[in-house]
Design a protein around this ligand. Structure first.
Ligand code: FES
Length: 76
């Protein structure tokens, strides 16, 4: 795993799950309005079924979401 750098966001694809974003970042909606997460590390949904998009609510596990191909070295 690469070394974590200050002031640089890292995006980690979780196997069969969300994208984890760590570090400083700005998240905006389709209209450019800022979405303020309540934590420094967030999980963004990539299965499309979360009820709290753009954030992951864990539903990917219930629907059996699978990444294809799985990313080598990704967190699960
Ligand atoms: S990736 Fe977790 S609910 Fe979509």
């Amino acid at each position: 795993m690469p070394e974590e750098r200050e002031n640089v966001a890292s995006i980690t694809p979780c196997t069969n799950g969300p994208l984890l974003i760590r570090g400083p970042f700005q998240l905006v909606d389709a209209d450019g309005e800022e979405i303020t997460p309540d934590r420094r590390t967030v999980a963004l949904c990539r299965c499309g079924v979360s009820s709290i998009k753009p954030f992951c609510d864990g539903t990917h596990k219930l629907i059996g979401f699978r990444t294809d191909p799985e990313f080598p070295g990704a967190e699960s």
